[in-house]
Each structure stands twice: as C-alpha cells, then as structure tokens.
Write a protein that binds this ligand. Structure first.
Ligand SMILES: *[C@@H]1O[C@H](CO)[C@@H](O)[C@H](O)[C@H]1NC(C)=O
Ligand SMILES: *[C@@H]1O[C@H](CO)[C@@H](O)[C@H](O)[C@H]1NC(C)=O
Ligand SMILES: *[C@@H]1O[C@H](CO)[C@@H](O)[C@H](O)[C@H]1NC(C)=O
Length: 186
C-alpha cells in the first residue's frame, strides 16, 4: 500500500529522534525503576537515649521559661548523639548513631518532633545515612515516623520507621527503643 504522506526513511528518522530524546531525558533513578532495580531494605536496631547518669548521649540545649510548668516539658530541645546497637543491651554491638535533635512540641501530650540522621558504622553501610523526621508520640506502643532522605548506599531512599519502647527508667529518663526501618532505594 502506497504511503502518500511520508516516506519510510522519514518515519524511521523521526522515530529514532523521538527515541533518543526520551533516552537522554530519563534520569538514572527512572532507568533503575524501569529495570526494576529498586531494592527494599529492612533494618532492625536498638536506640539508646541516655539523658542522665554516666555516658550521657542526649543533652538539653534550650527550653522556654514555662517548660517546667508542663508535664510534657513543652519547649524542651535536646541534641542527641544516641547509640544504635544490634541488641537491646548497652554492651551490644554498635551499628551506628542517631545524631540530631528532638523537641517537645505538644502541650497536652508527650509528643516529640524527631529530626535525626541515622549514621551507620561498619559493615557494607559504613558511612551511609538515613534522615528521619516526624512526630514521636512516646507513650504510644508503636510510633511511625517517615524516612525522608538518605546518602551513600541508601541514596534516593524513602520509607518509614516503626519504634517501640523496649525499656524506660522513669527516674532517670533513660530509654532503649527498638526500631524497624523499611526503605526503598536504588
Ligand atoms: C561508659 O563508656 C565507657 C567507655 O565506652 C565504658 O567503659 C563504661 O562502661 C560506660 N559506662 C556505662 C555506665 O555504660
Ligand atoms: C568506616 O568509615 C570510616 C570513615 O570513612 C573509616 O575510618 C572506617 O575505617 C570505616 N570502618 C569500617 C569498618 O569499614
Ligand atoms: C520489628 O520486627 C520484628 C520482626 O518482625 C518484630 O518482632 C518486632 O515486634 C518489630 N518491632 C517494631 C517496633 O516494629
């Protein structure tokens, strides 16, 4: 059948041009997604928040004049360099640190804004990081917080963290929290 509009070579060139345009304009991430290279990673560790006694890992840096009038310590800001370990004991193998701040942001309940970088140490993920930002309703059995960014082997990750208090000493305020983190990355 005769094609009166365009010749076959013209159509071939147009198709090739269109194809190369798309090839040039897809990013590394898009290519990885198309190839199904997105990976899911589950991480499990314990977080040690030590606010008093020996080896303090979280220090108060700011508060409001009214902070102590709230049982929620509304307005309190702490900077942490908390330990992340494989097991719940303080002597368990260290896998990294949670570096960042947490802020008491609710007047009626103990809710913290967590802004933390999980910095992994040793093993394949040495130096790779995950950034977590979200609300931590500390007396809820399980809290979910978003993983909003990452670096290193976790580049382009997104996901969520589930946290459950393993133990808390109400006298000292020291706590051990179990974390399950699920991320998608490339
Ligand atoms: C504090 O850290 C030091 C050095 O890492 C360790 O020897 C000591 O046992 C720790 N103390 C407590 C109470 O965990
Ligand atoms: C982890 O990375 C740090 C800094 O790059 C390096 O000094 C250290 O030796 C590494 N540790 C392991 C176990 O690879
Ligand atoms: C983490 O996952 C383990 C294994 O599935 C489970 O036993 C534990 O309850 C989970 N903890 C949290 C805080 O999600």
């Amino acid at each position: 059948m005769a094609n009166k509009g365009y010749s076959a070579p013209t159509i071939t060139v147009a198709v090739l041009l269109l194809f190369s345009f798309f090839c040039l304009h897809i990013t590394e991430a898009e290519r990885a997604t198309k190839l199904g290279r997105e990976k899911i990673k589950q991480l499990h560790f314990y977080f040690h928040d030590i606010v008093s006694g020996k080896n303090v890992t979280a220090v108060e840096v700011a508060s409001a004049p009214t902070t102590d009038s709230y049982f929620t310590q509304f307005g309190l800001v702490r900077v942490m360099d908390d330990w992340l370990t494989e097991g719940p004991e303080a002597t368990s193998k260290m896998v990294g640190r949670a570096q960042g701040i947490y802020v008491s942001t609710c007047q009626q309940n103990v809710h913290l804004l967590m802004a933390s970088t999980f910095v992994f140490e040793g093993g394949a993920y040495n130096g790779s990081t995950l950034a977590m930002v979200g609300k931590n309703a500390v007396f809820d059995t399980v809290r979910e917080m978003p993983i909003v960014g990452s670096s290193g082997l976790f580049r382009l990750a997104r996901g969520y963290a589930l946290a459950r208090t393993h133990s808390i000493d109400l006298k000292t305020g020291n706590a051990v929290v179990e974390y399950n983190v699920t991320v998608l990355h490339y």
